[in-house]
Design a protein around this ligand. Structure first.
Ligand SMILES: [Zn+2]
Length: 354
């Protein structure tokens, strides 16, 4: 993943004075005098330049101790792409084989640099990388469906068959001519913003494979495991199931959803699956101790192994490992950080306001 870069502070300050909506999703501003973080278009009175701290993500502003503004509500809007980005994504969905170059972006009135920044921040790849992954993912689907390599090459809009073969082999580790119906389709990854920070979602057509807080130390390990378990590459992109997760998470954080309906693609040993099944039976708003969970799956001797299995859960929130606490009720061990576990339990207990 490429680190997102911020525009020049002068440019950002001008954008916030003008309430320029095209900067939505590019930066957030923390106001030092009030301790509040806002979107560039916030209707509140504009702060003095020297009191503003700029952030490339809402998470980094929250981490720095700023609280979300009650007027522009940055957390609620964070997951929604700005209008120009939604329009670009619509264009790609309508015609995934087309190629939108910088000159086309400018013709649409968009600054290629700003487009790149937004895609790097939200999708972990440049706009061109995003388009390439879409075209290659589509090529993989076509080859699996029996479309001849040559026709697929043309459709993928590569300059030459060689360029296509090379790009394809680099992404999937298999040559286009070697793809069979059983070859693994790529897993689609995309970031999802929540009030507790950015999450990474990964899905294929069968279900959601991973949902994790993006700053989780174990994430790299989880990604490697997912790649191995599915024998498939992970590419950035969009997927209907990831859109569904995003919607359901939004409702969950608004206190309007207690159960998730997105299909899950759970991969694990028999023991892990029984531990995770037990987690999914813990009702919203309640907690269980490790001992009770061990008792529920008929393995009262296996508390430590259960703790490990809970830690290996890679579907945070949906498989609610945050609902397991120590026998004395105190919190312990949560991959996403104890502060998040605390906030999730408070949310479910109805303690935190909306
Ligand atoms: Zn605001």
């Amino acid at each position: 993943m490429i680190a997102p870069a911020l525009p020049h502070p002068d440019e950002m300050y001008r954008a916030l004075l003008a309430r320029d909506a095209s900067y939505e999703g590019t930066f957030w501003l923390g106001v030092r005098t009030t301790g509040i973080v806002c979107r560039p278009t916030c209707p509140a009175r504009k702060p003095k330049r020297e009191n503003v701290a700029f952030f490339s993500s809402l998470d980094s502003a929250l981490e720095a101790g700023f609280r979300p503004c009650l007027r522009c509500r940055p957390a609620e809007h964070a997951g929604t792409p700005p209008l120009w980005a939604a329009d670009l994504l619509d264009r790609l969905r309508a015609a995934p084989q087309q190629r939108i170059r910088d000159v086309e972006l400018r013709a649409l009135g968009l600054d290629p640099v700003r487009v790149r920044r937004w895609f790097v921040r939200v999708h972990g790849t440049t706009f061109h990388g995003y388009q390439r992954a879409l075209r290659l993912g589509r090529a993989m689907h076509q080859l699996q469906g029996g479309t001849p390599v040559l026709a697929t090459t043309y459709d993928a809009a590569y300059e030459s068959p060689t360029a296509f073969r090379e790009a394809f082999a680099e992404l999937f580790g298999v040559k286009p001519g070697e793809v069979g119906p059983a070859s693994a389709a790529p897993l689609i990854a995309r970031q999802i913003t929540t009030p507790l920070g950015t999450m990474l979602g990964i899905a294929n057509d069968e279900g959601l494979c991973l949902l994790e807080f993006a700053d989780r130390p174990m994430l790299a390990t989880q990604l490697r495991r997912i790649r191995q378990r599915f024998s498939a590459p992970i590419i950035g992109g969009s997927h209907a199931l990831l859109d569904q997760v995003e919607r359901e998470l939004k409702e969950y954080f608004a206190g309007e959803r207690r159960e998730f309906t997105v299909p899950l693609r759970i991969q694990g040993t028999e023991f892990q699956r029984s531990a995770w099944d037990a987690l999914r039976k813990i009702p919203y708003g309640t907690t269980l101790s490790y001992g009770e969970q061990a008792h529920h799956i008929g393995r009262p001797d296996a508390q430590r192994a259960i703790g490990r299995a809970n830690g290996d859960n890679c579907l945070a929130i949906i498989i609610p490992c945050h609902r397991v606490v120590r026998a004395d009720g105190t919190l312990c061990g949560y991959g996403g950080g104890l502060w998040r576990k605390q906030r999730l339990l408070e949310l479910e207990a109805g303690v935190v306001g909306r």
